[in-house]
Design a binder for this molecule. Structure first.
Ligand code: TEU
Ligand code: CA
Length: 544
């Protein structure tokens, strides 16, 4: 088994800096705001923080359009602030994981400013240029943010590729100079003392746009092996550097290509099979359908059982996903119970939990009255595209309410003061108007809160070995309301039961006996597993 690397025993917390804490009241979260909340993160018990991009950027896509990988966005602060954050976090045994966007840069990056000047500019081949075909775009490749993935650049009469916004030109990874420059970026941040990288859309680096291939291209793993060899392992301590690839097109076999330790590529991947269950298959994220629990359970089972040579990431939320309590839980009458149930079900599985800011207090989705109140480029581009297609406004807004990324990007709710204590200025995006009921301060003062439940769960993962290292046996596979599984190692075992719905249901485990209840979201003190009535959104972990 070898020594357990740190990130297999860790709980990681994701921060979207723009919305986490504003220290200078310009309405925008910043690095000094994060420094000011290190005590809170230490109290919560997390081991590392994944920080979304803080580098220089014009914010066309809120920092995922980088114009300088080795300097800090003015709105977020200075490099001295970043150095202080790394240092002060380390003093609290909290590691820093940086978010790296290597598939594309901002169109304000000096490489692109040069590249677009002329066809023979030395930087031209840092990007992907094609001549028009029959006076039109080269092919039908589409952008994730609606419309064509090709933008005509008037200066040279060629199109450049952008799989995301027009202002996020794709880098040409076949160009060795690009790969060498990116390796310098990795070395810069490794030598600053960070403990790893989240790798944005890493699966796209091997794209072959003329063949309409985007994810999982033929040279993808060659490129990642090079990043490992010369970047992540630049100090010979790659096992200390955690790397998590964002891989929307990964199944268990593909995931193992990245994470099989002998391949020397990545530590883990974010795969999204569980996160597409409320969309009509093949129709994209905006085509809504109800999530069926048996579908979720079969995907969880697959990743727990077939991917056992890899190491799972365990997440419900991130800065792109709607808030899970509104999505798979109940954000009205059973918000607290269902938030706890979702956490207990997921974070007792085998893998590394990733908690997204606000999840730990059960923050919910948002419903802005007008499209203008939304800030996300993906939402605005989709709105324009659907309006042009003649889709009814209410249907467009229904999809935005359910799946829009701004659901995850409203300011962190710290207390019941103005703007939920996030800023004394005008917030860059409106605060959810439920902040007086849902905030850290209120949850801190209530031992039965979602927040205390999360703190207990995080502590539990350190105390209960079978959560970290035990096997996984799914139960109640056909039940459409209740999920259950056991974890066992070295004679120690737990049973987790989670009711995903508002129903009350009798279940029976004929051959399992509970020794004691470890944690329950209804403060249950006893349980007869031969005949137990599970209440709406009830979740319980027993020692067995
Ligand atoms: O996301 C990739 C991506 O495809 C999703 O953001 C996309 O919006 C999808 O619809 C999920 O809802 C990564 C980053 O996480 C995202 O924030 C960036 O906008 C994107 O890449 C481009 O860098
Ligand atoms: Ca600020």
């Amino acid at each position: 088994m070898g020594t357990q690397v740190w990130w297999k025993n860790a709980v990681i917390y994701q921060i979207y800096p723009r919305s986490f804490m504003d220290s200078n009241n310009d309405g925008i979260g910043d690095i000094r705001g994060i420094i000011g909340k290190l005590d809170y993160l230490e109290w919560l018990g997390i081991d590392a923080v994944w920080i979304c991009p803080v580098y220089k950027s014009p914010n066309d896509d809120n920092g995922y359009d980088i114009s300088d990988y080795m300097d800090i966005m003015d709105e977020f602060g200075t490099m001295a602030d970043m150095d202080e954050l790394i240092l002060k976090a380390k003093e609290k045994n909290i590691r820093i994981i940086m978010d790296m966007v290597f598939n594309h840069t901002s169109d304000e990056h000096k490489w692109f400013i040069e590249a677009r000047k002329s066809k023979d500019n030395p930087y031209r081949d840092y990007y992907i240029w094609r001549d028009p075909v029959n006076g039109d775009k080269p092919n039908e490749l589409g952008s994730v943010f609606s419309g064509s993935a090709w933008q005509l650049d008037e200066t040279t009469g060629q199109y450049y590729l952008h799989l995301f916004s027009k202002r996020q030109p794709d880098l040409n990874w076949e160009n060795e100079a690009v790969r060498k420059n990116i390796i310098e970026v990795i070395k810069f941040w490794v030598n600053k003392g960070v403990s790893g990288f989240r790798l944005d859309m890493i699966e796209l680096l091997g794209k072959l746009p003329d063949e309409m291939i985007t994810a999982n291209g033929p040279k993808l793993h060659d490129y990642i092996k090079e990043l490992y060899r010369e970047g992540f392992n630049c100090n010979g301590k790659a096992e200390e550097i955690v790397t998590i690839g964002e891989c929307w097109a990964a199944d268990t076999d593909i995931a193992l290509k990245y994470t099989e330790p002998d391949n020397k590529e990545l530590s883990m991947v974010f795969q999204f099979e569980h996160s597409a269950l409320d969309e009509i298959k093949g129709k994209g994220k905006w085509a809504l359908k109800e999530m069926r629990l048996t579908e979720l359970k079969s995907i969880i089972d697959k990743w727990q059982l077939q991917y056992d040579k890899g190491w799972n990431t365990l997440f419900w939320n991130n800065h792109d996903l709607p808030r899970i309590v509104s999505r798979f839980g109940n954000d009205k009458e059973y918000r607290v119970e269902s938030a706890k149930m979702l956490a207990l079900y997921l974070y007792c599985l085998k893998g590394t939990p990733f908690i997204y800011q606000g999840e730990e207090i059960g923050m919910t989705n948002i419903k802005f009255d007008t499209i203008e109140e939304y800030k996300d480029i993906e939402i605005h581009n989709m709105y324009k595209e659907k309006k042009a297609e003649g889709v009814a406004e209410e249907d467009i807004m229904k999809s935005i309410y359910a799946k829009g990324r701004d659901n995850a990007r409203t300011p962190m709710q710290w207390n019941d003061e103005i703007n939920a204590g996030f800023t004394k200025g005008i917030p860059w995006i409106k605060v959810n108007n439920n902040y007086k009921e849902i905030n850290v301060k209120k949850d801190m003062e209530d031992n039965n809160s979602v927040l205390h439940f999360y703190q207990n769960l995080i502590k539990m993962r350190k105390d209960i070995l079978c959560i970290r290292e035990g096997n996984y046996i799914p139960l109640l596979n056909e039940d459409e309301d209740i999920a259950a599984y056991t974890r066992n190692t070295n004679g120690q075992g737990i049973l987790v039961i989670a009711n995903f719905h508002e129903c009350t249901k009798k279940i029976s485990f004929s051959d399992i006996v509970s020794k004691r209840i470890i944690i329950s979201n209804y403060n249950r003190t006893e349980i007869d597993l031969k005949d137990v009535e599970i209440r709406p959104y009830e979740a319980v972990m027993c020692e067995i």
